[in-house]
Design a protein. Structure first.
Length: 415
């Protein structure tokens, strides 16, 4: 009989406990020991399973593989390094740890000839990284657009469909186990930036640290943005984008975006994620599935466990020598509270079209560079929406906004 794989599990929260439940149902593997931060909270696991110290697991010769699902990126990197030094493969769901340390993680894997797999860190149960590594050739890909954070999509869906307020929708996402323990990581776009950083490395062969990916989240999205999107024939989604430019450079950014009805991401609701890969001919393919939660993430970890067992490891092919660029223009919509600061050099690029008692509304074409060189648009109360989806015809857009202003002034009344 084949010996079951013996797993050392770090973390017993939403993901760790979900993974343990999955392993208990399927033959072929067993959890040998579990390490948590507060053992007194997990006495039900019993002394056989609950380790007193991480060394008891990392230096246990009977443990074949480490599955890491903790919410502390620095501690997770220490665990990963110690595990690889011991020749133990690591399977992790920790996108912050992977994104912040990816070049070092690649070096450590090569040095210790021991793999690290992290599909679950990206979009939980959707096989994004392996699909990019093994199937799509970078020379055939034009770009990737995706909803890669389940909690913010869940929150926006609840705000749009059920008119819930932001705080209530966030609370529901947390109760369902979709949100990070530090919810700011989700709502401010940091979680998505980490995932896009990992995707960009596997898609283009370029490492861009998460902080260099221009990003914001949904923390400042206003009810009137959602109503505006509806009137324009779409919804607001937090969308990650990376494109290869004609210059051979690549962009990578994450902004709230108008997504029009009839396009693939429109149907991605609640905690689901969707990734649209566009080829060089403009044709699209959609990867779709649950992007957070205990069960989908556990499935991603299990899939990696089986992949490792079959000898799979990431190749990290050194692709073309690409660099990051902010040289892309977007059509943007701004809701600015009265008296908000806008840098003088950008004021001419913004066109006023409506106001109510608290806000003034503008549209304009700005480059990512213009956004990257200031932080005024991230200030509390200022909302930014990428409406490039309807920007093909500037005159038609203006006409549409003016008509809206005249016909439906109620969409601009803040609640
Ligand atoms: N939730 C999701 O849908 C989802 C999806 C994909 C990826 N992830 C990632 O999976 C990881 C875990 O997320 P989660 O939602 O399961 O978090 P969680 O419910 O807050 O659980 C975190 C677990 O980590 C343990 N822990 C924290 N620091 C530790 C340390 N230094 N040593 C050992 N254990 C430690 C905690 O121990 P105590 O219980 O003793 O406090 C807890 O069991 C995160 O990196 C997250 O980004 C989550």
């Amino acid at each position: 009989m084949i010996k079951p794989i013996r797993i050392g599990l770090f973390g017993y929260g939403v993901v760790g406990a979900g993974f343990a439940r999955l392993v208990a149902q399927i033959p072929g593997a067993e959890i040998s020991r579990i390490v948590v931060k507060h053992p007194f909270l997990h006495q039900e696991l019993g002394p056989e399973l609950l380790a007193g110290h991480l060394h008891e697991v990392l230096y246990d010769k009977d443990i074949d593989v480490i599955v890491e699902a903790i919410d502390d990126a620095d501690a997770a990197f220490t665990i990963l390094r110690l595990a690889l030094e011991q020749g133990k493969p690591v399977i992790t769901a920790n996108k912050r740890m992977v994104a912040n340390h990816l070049p070092e993680i690649i070096r450590l894997q090569r040095r210790f000839r021991t793999p690290v797999l992290y599909e679950a860190a990206c979009c939980a149960g959707i096989p994004v990284i392996r699909t990019l590594e093994d199937y799509f050739r970078p020379e055939l890909v034009g770009g990737l657009t995706g909803i890669i954070n389940g909690s913010t999509n869940y929150i926006l869906t609840a705000m749009e469909r059920f008119r819930f307020r932001f705080d209530h929708a966030l609370q529901l996402a947390q109760e369902a186990g979709f949100a990070e323990s530090d919810a700011a990581l989700d709502v401010e776009g940091t979680d998505a930036a980490c995932k896009l950083s990992i995707i960009v490395r596997h898609l283009w062969g370029l490492y861009v640290p998460p902080e260099r990916i221009l990003h914001t989240g949904i923390q400042h999205v206003l009810p009137q943005d959602l109503r505006l999107a509806e009137q324009l024939g779409g919804v607001v989604k937090l969308v990650a984008q990376t494109q290869k430019l004609d210059t051979g450079k690549v962009t990578a950014f994450i902004l709230p975006r108008l997504v029009l009805k009839g396009t693939p991401l429109y149907q991605v609701l609640q905690e689901y994620n969707g990734i649209v890969l566009e080829d060089i001919y403009g044709d699209e393919q959609l990867l779709y599935g649950k992007g957070s939660g205990a069960a989908p993430t556990a499935q991603g970890l299990w899939a990696d466990l089986q992949a490792w067992r079959r000898g799979y490891r990431y190749q990290y092919p050194e692709k073309e020598l690409l660099t990051l660029s902010y040289d892309k223009e977007l059509t943007l919509h701004f809701s600015l509270p009265n008296g908000a600061y806008v840098p003088p050099q950008l004021q001419q690029q913004l066109e006023y079209y409506a106001a109510d008692s608290r806000y003034q509304y503008f549209t304009g074409r700005l480059s990512l560079q213009a956004l990257a060189s200031g932080s005024w648009w991230r200030e509390k109360g200022i909302s930014i929406l990428d409406i490039s989806a309807i920007a093909g015809d500037e005159e038609a857009l203006k006409e549409q906004l003016n008509t809206l202003m005249l016909l439906r002034t109620d969409i601009f009344q803040p609640v």
